[in-house]
Write a new protein. Structure first.
Length: 272
């Protein structure tokens, strides 16, 4: 995994260098767009990931993100993306479909998916996970209150060794791909292939100038400075479709994946 981590980081760095060189040769608008893309890129860590930020403040931030997701009606769109895969696994295995969500934050997607599964009579067991203990405690409390089939567990997304082989069918990660380096993301995908039978689905913001302005603008509506700043940092870090493509190929050694634009998102589906 250490080797994979390094290899993916190097490959993406090389791709960006080569793309810069090619755009320089082409000149004009190609070079201008490349300069803009390079200027907005950052490897800064989001405030919500800083180890010294108190957990209650991290919780405030993921709850703000959850409110934003609800306001923008994103969960039904994410669920529409996931349902065909869930149905496919259900029909193939004739048993419950086991979904693991990584970096689930406040758990809004997991709850929305559980509610949809209940309405549609789909047998789905959802495990939401995150690296912040306060999110797990809060999530399990809400799940118990709402009587939803979701459980939360503490899990570092790039150290999943505590899971059992094929313990899950589908691994999902929403709005968090950019929180990880290319190498870490490759490790996450490679580990998902060990612990899930069918697929990894990553949904994240589409890398574009429009979202670099739009994401912090929408985040600012809640009047939380740190959340707005994280919106800007995140949009500057979103992966382009080609970067996701390269990372997936290095992680799996195959091309059994596809990257689609579901504006304003990129959806990466890696089949195992
Ligand atoms: C932008 S939030 C997304 C939360 C949620 N998926 C959503 O869409 O609202 C990023 C999440 O990644 C989590 N995270 C960061 N590093 C992680 C790691 N190594 N393992 C698991 N989760 C991690 C953070 O705690 C945070 O909840």
């Amino acid at each position: 995994m250490d080797e994979l981590n390094l290899k993916a980081d190097e490959a993406v760095a090389r791709f960006l260098d080569e793309r810069f060189a090619v755009s320089q040769e082409l000149g004009g608008v190609f070079f201008l767009l490349e300069l803009l893309d390079t200027a907005i890129r950052t490897s800064d860590q989001e405030l919500m990931d800083k180890p010294n930020l108190p957990e209650n403040e991290k919780l405030d931030m993921v709850q703000a993100l959850d409110r934003q997701n609800v306001m923008m009606q994103l969960y039904p769109r994410y669920i529409d993306t996931l349902l065909p895969l869930i149905t496919e696994v259900a029909e193939r295995t004739k048993r419950e479909v086991r979904v693991l969500e990584l970096a689930s934050g406040a758990g809004g997607l997991a709850f929305a998916l559980a509610e949809t599964a209940e309405q549609k009579n789909l047998d789905v067991r959802i495990t939401a996970s995150d690296i912040v203990p306060a999110f797990i405690e809060e999530g399990n409390g809400i799940a118990a209150k709402k009587k939803l089939a979701v459980s939360f567990r503490l899990l570092n997304a790039f150290a999943m060794t505590e899971l059992e082989m094929s313990e899950f069918d589908i691994v999902v990660m929403a709005q968090s791909l950019h929180h990880f380096t290319p190498g870490q993301l490759a490790v996450i995908i490679a580990q998902s292939a060990r612990y899930a039978t069918t697929a990894f689905v990553g949904i994240d913001g589409y890398r574009s100038m429009l979202l670099t302005g739009g994401v912090p603008l929408i985040a600012s509506l809640q009047g939380i400075g740190s959340f707005t700043l994280d919106g800007l940092t995140s949009a500057r870090k979103f992966y382009s479709e080609l970067e996701l493509d390269i990372i997936s190929e290095i992680a799996t050694g195959r091309r059994e994946h596809r990257v689609e634009c579901l504006w304003p998102f990129s959806v990466l589906t890696v089949r195992f």
